[in-house]
Design a protein. Structure first.
Length: 322
């Protein structure tokens, strides 16, 4: 009889993580492109010792009941864990891990790429050429916004927010930030970042980049009043969580011309459907949650997620506990 632990992995992850898990456990892998349905998820977790989950999998009391007392660990293949009821897990002694650190720079790269693409109207310009509308060079053709020397407002100044400030420094930008906790003075000085109240950051910034977790306090933090406080002609970038922004209010602000543009890596809901009002706006660039999607980073996330799972299975402290 095999006494190897049994784990359910809710989607194919890079081999770097899968192979490590298969060496130590019996792995039940959901190998479809789309995530398992709720019913399938509840069925497949019955009696498992470990669960490797993605943001699309809701880990709550119902799922924990379904898994039963054998479940020791939930390893989330992500930094965020708003899909997991951490308190419910803690109450049952189920360890919860995530994959921080490894995707910091990669995510900041993508957020900055969105900022540049929206500021210089790259998607619109690409369409312009592809639609055979390019007749001549024109002094007023597709004018965008300067990035160098502009003011960047960062909301949420954790690891990724600070990396965003580091990139902004290279472009000679002025960086303001708002965060629940102010960072030490030496960090502010190294990154040339100035702490200000949220309203001031919104009012003074040419670009706003969101890097905050999704909590009850931050849900729709960027709502109609917050958008109205932003500078006329400002640009909003969101690579945090879709729920931080009220998308209907954002569509209004883009349509009216109050905002110059927006770049979103995350939406609410995800995935966004092709008939979403935001996608009819030429000044809104939406990409499908690819902030951490570099080959190296996804491999390292897989290794971390596997390490958390394997530690939890044998009752050891998780390398990256939530």
């Amino acid at each position: 009889m095999s006494h190897r632990p049994h784990v359910f992995v809710t989607r194919r992850i890079p081999d770097a993580g899968l192979e490590a898990m298969r060496a130590a456990a019996d792995v039940d892998l959901w190998d479809e492109e789309l995530p398992p349905s709720r019913d399938v998820l509840l069925e497949r977790v019955r009696g498992v010792d470990g669960l490797l989950s993605l943001l699309t999998d809701r880990v709550d009391g119902e799922l924990l009941d379904s898994a039963g007392p054998s479940l020791k660990v939930v390893s989330n293949y992500a930094v965020g864990y708003d899909n997991i009821d951490v308190e419910a897990c803690r109450a049952l002694g189920v360890a919860v891990g995530n994959t921080p650190g490894v995707l910091t720079e990669t995510t900041a790269d993508l957020a900055f790429a969105l900022l540049m693409a929206v500021a210089r109207r790259l998607p619109e310009s690409y369409d312009f050429v592809r639609q055979d509308r390019w007749q001549t060079w024109g002094p007023l053709l597709l004018l965008g916004k300067d990035i160098h020397g502009a003011t960047l407002g960062i909301i949420g100044f954790g690891r990724i927010g600070r990396e965003m400030a580091r990139r902004a420094k290279g472009f000679g930008m002025r960086t303001l930030y708002y965060s629940r906790t102010r960072v030490p003075a030496e960090v502010e000085s190294e990154l040339d970042a100035t702490f200000m109240p949220l309203d001031e950051v919104l009012a003074q910034s040419d670009f706003i980049s969101l890097h905050t977790a999704l909590t009850e306090e931050t849900r729709h933090l960027i709502d109609a009043p917050a958008l109205a406080r932003m500078k006329q002609g400002a640009i909003l970038i969101n690579s945090s969580r879709g729920g931080v922004v009220d998308q209907a209010a954002l569509a209004d602000a883009l349509r009216s011309g109050h905002l110059f543009g927006a770049g979103l890596d995350v939406t609410d809901p995800e995935p966004m459907r092709a008939d979403d009002p935001l996608l009819s706006l030429p000044n809104c660039l939406v990409v499908p949650h690819i902030a951490s999607a570099s080959e190296r980073t996804r491999d390292r996330m897989a290794e971390k997620a596997a390490a958390n799972l394997l530690a939890g299975l044998v009752g050891e402290p998780l390398p990256d506990p939530v």
